[in-house]
Ligand binder design. Structure first.
Ligand code: AMP
Ligand code: ZN
Length: 468
């Protein structure tokens, strides 16, 4: 399996630190609002990476944090007149709902920055002891970037160029030794949440949070660290500097970064105001469609969001779900149980699509080509099965489709589940209408269901329904 490593700017063979295990950390969102579909991209793509690793037999320890202390959270809390904790807890709960709707698996651990302050104080203390950090008069602690000789190795930036960029914005009287130095700990401002520390009452800088949470839940050395490409600099560069200076070990072996989700070819972001929340998209589409849309491009490519592409994703997903549905339907109705010799050959003929899928995914998680292999499998299944096919063949082909879709996090049966729920709800509403002698509404509901191909039968045991 090859993965593109931002550190080496090359595709590299994936070799885990420990055989059969993967330690993976994905930077999570700052929770001050509903997540937008740009934030959903790393969630979906790295969930798919995790699923593929699990399919390959790895035991994946997947850690993804919530940044629950931050200027934006505090601002929102002030606006609403509530505590920062109330804001972060609310949006963590909402984010988890969105993740579930997108079929993103919960992480092994979802640490919260505010629960890990002790670890941060300890790491900052070690960095000061080792000469990699220094406090200034007001209690701010800075990381001494130039002392970490490899500073810039992830973003491939030249320190002098960086310095030149910084010079213009250097604030007069700043006590930083060097404009490249960044904050590890900062003093509280009036009304802000704070923690005691040896330097001042204050709160951590953003970068130290991830270094500490990764170390606590995964250890000093991990296999994969991931996030959106905007995190390469300064966030991930700074995480490397802190962790490697503190622990004296290589922090993460592979650095994976997703490209941006754009709208009108501009990055979708809260600050530009050009975003859709996952919730908004969920009102219009099943969020499986959003997931399918995200995976239809390579994770490192920029992806432009548009109504047309969402419609194309919806059609593509329907094609796959219908193919699977068809196999299930045939399997339920066929009279033959076991595969014939000819069918054994047909099944063997479908091996090629599994191989194609794996080859695509082994090549830096090329989900776009992986999806093409699924389409080919669907087409092959449609053309090689009929009402007289054996149950065994139909079920095995279905199982193959399901295996591939499970890796992509696409739920094949969902459509039916939703439909059933909808049917039950309408039947209950019809019963209530009949009880109130509102036969017009009752008949209307029968008509609505009929339009969807559902026939109702009133029996002594209650209402039964079947597909027309
Ligand atoms: P934030 O809450 O801004 O820290 O973002 C959480 C995650 O979403 C990070 O990994 C970001 O890189 C990622 N992200 C934010 N906006 C986009 C976007 N438009 N496209 C892709 N990823 C994004
Ligand atoms: Zn992070």
């Amino acid at each position: 399996m090859k993965v593109y490593n931002t550190l080496s700017k090359q595709k590299e063979e994936f070799i885990p630190l420990e055989e059969g295990k993967v330690k993976m950390y994905v930077c999570g969102p700052t929770v001050y609002n509903l997540i937008h579909i740009g934030n959903a991209r790393p969630m979906i793509v790295f969930d798919t990476v995790r699923r593929y690793m699990e399919y390959k037999g790895y035991e994946v320890n997947f850690v993804s944090n919530f940044t629950d202390v931050d200027d934006k959270i505090i601002k929102k809390a002030v606006e609403e007149g509530v505590t920062a904790q109330e804001i972060s807890q609310r949006y963590i709960a909402e984010c988890k709902k969105d993740m579930e709707s997108m079929n993103v698996k919960p992480a092994t651990t979802h640490p919260l920055a505010t629960q890990e302050i002790d670890g941060m104080l300890e790491m900052i203390g070690t960095l000061i002891e080792k000469g990699f950090a220094y406090p200034v008069a007001d209690g701010t602690v800075y990381f001494r970037s130039r002392k970490f000789e490899e500073y810039g190795k992830l973003s491939h930036k030249n320190l002098d160029d960086l310095q030149a960029g910084h010079r213009d914005i250097k604030v007069a009287g700043e006590e930083k030794e060097d404009s490249l130095d960044f904050v590890l700990w900062k003093p509280k401002k009036e009304g802000e949440p704070y923690w005691e520390s040896p330097w001042c009452q204050g709160r951590p800088g953003w970068h130290i949070e991830c270094s500490v949470m990764s170390k606590k839940y995964l250890g000093e050395e991990i296999d994969i660290h991931a996030g959106g490409e905007d995190l390469i600099f300064p966030h991930h560069e700074n995480e490397i500097a802190q962790s490697e200076a503190c622990n004296g070990k290589i922090f993460a072996k592979y650095w994976l970064h997703n490209g941006f989700l754009n709208i009108d070819n501009k990055k979708m972001s809260k600050s530009l105001g050009n975003f859709f929340t996952v919730r908004e998209i969920g009102e219009k589409y099943d969020l499986q469609v959003l997931r399918f849309f995200m995976l239809s491009a390579h994770y490192r490519s920029p992806l432009n969001f548009s109504a047309d592409l969402m419609e194309a994703a919806k059609n593509g997903l329907d094609r796959i779900c219908n193919g699977a549905e068809n196999l299930k339907h045939l399997a339920q109705n066929t009279q033959t149980e076991q595969m014939t010799d000819e069918e054994t050959e047909i099944l063997k003929g479908s091996d090629v699509f599994l191989t194609k899928f794996e080859t695509a995914m082994d090549d830096d998680f090329n989900t776009a080509d992986g999806i093409s292999a699924v389409f080919e499998l669907v087409k092959y299944s449609n053309t090689h099965t009929k009402g007289t096919s054996s149950k065994e063949l139909l079920e095995k082909l279905f199982q193959r489709m399901k295996t591939l879709c499970d890796i992509l996090g696409i739920i094949l049966e969902k459509k039916e589940e939703i439909l059933e729920e909808e049917i039950e709800q309408l039947i209950a509403e019809r019963q209530a209408a009949r009880k109130e002698k509102n036969f017009v509404r009752a008949d209307e509901i029968r008509g609505i269901l009929l339009e969807k191909g559902i026939v109702l039968e009133d029996t002594r045991e209650g209402v039964k329904w079947k597909k027309a």
